[in-house]
Design a protein around this ligand. Structure first.
Ligand code: SF4
Ligand code: SF4
Length: 231
């Protein structure tokens, strides 16, 4: 199980990342979006994760039909039930975001926070050689325009929004971890890798699986099958 202490450390790391360094990177890269739409397609992103407030906003505006449990479930108990830290937007059959029309976002005004900050990020991940370090721009040189002049005010706003997103994400993850620890302890459950693999095989073969999604402090039960996710 991922340790809550590790998430707490990660929160401290992101919060203490020097603003000046981040501002320099944003200014130096000078990224400009040319509205190509790649980030809404499966070629760039296999899912769009929703913070709790994103999911609530979309449910309020459009109902829950566009949501699904985020992929890469975190846990599976010995009874074969999965647990995951939040919702994601559904994908179209070919994997593009359900809101992508082919030229634009159909619900741009209520788009998730991750879409607002993309391609900026501020989290640590391994590169191709396994070196873990902070990454600040996703898909560098694979999309958009570079070396544009970005005003100090805009740089500051980007840095503020990105840090906020990453901290909100980690906060949701930490609350989820505490909640699962508590739930497993009270129900006398344990995480089972063996059951995880068995139920994923069932899912891959088109069977129904039960997934509990952490949303606004509660675990919401969802029954899904591969056909539903890719519809
Ligand atoms: S929600 Fe809109 S902006 Fe975000 S990935 Fe989907 S189509 Fe693109
Ligand atoms: S953020 Fe990048 S991938 Fe997305 S529309 Fe802009 S240039 Fe294209």
């Amino acid at each position: 199980m991922i340790k809550t202490e590790d998430i707490e450390k990660e929160i401290l790391c992101v919060a203490s990342f020097p603003d000046e360094r981040f501002l320099d990177i944003i200014r130096e890269v000078g990224f400009g979006c040319d509205c190509c739409g790649k980030c809404c397609t499966s070629g760039f992103n296999d899912h769009v994760f929703l913070l709790d407030d994103d999911a609530a906003r979309i449910i309020e505006a459009l109902g829950s039909g566009f949501l699904r449990p985020a992929p890469y479930f975190d846990f599976c108990d010995e009874l074969g039930r999965f647990y995951v830290m939040g919702y994601a937007l559904k994908n179209k059959p070919r994997g593009d975001c359900i809101f992508y029309t082919g030229v634009r976002c159909k619900h741009y005004e209520i788009r998730p926070e991750i879409c607002k900050i993309y391609p900026y990020m501020l989290h640590r991940e391994a590169d191709e050689e396994g070196n873990v370090d902070f990454r600040q721009v996703s898909g560098l040189n694979q999309h958009g325009l570079y070396h544009n002049d970005i005003s100090d005010e805009t740089c500051k706003e980007i840095a503020r929004e990105v840090k906020k997103y990453e901290l909100d994400f980690l906060g949701q993850k930490l609350r989820f971890m505490h909640s699962i620890k508590d739930f497993f302890r009270k129900q006398n459950l344990r995480n089972s890798r063996q059951m995880y693999d068995r139920m994923m095989r069932k899912y891959e073969n088109g069977g129904d699986i039960e997934v509990y999604v952490f949303f606004k402090g509660k675990l919401e039960k969802e029954i899904i099958s591969k056909q539903i996710i890719s519809s």
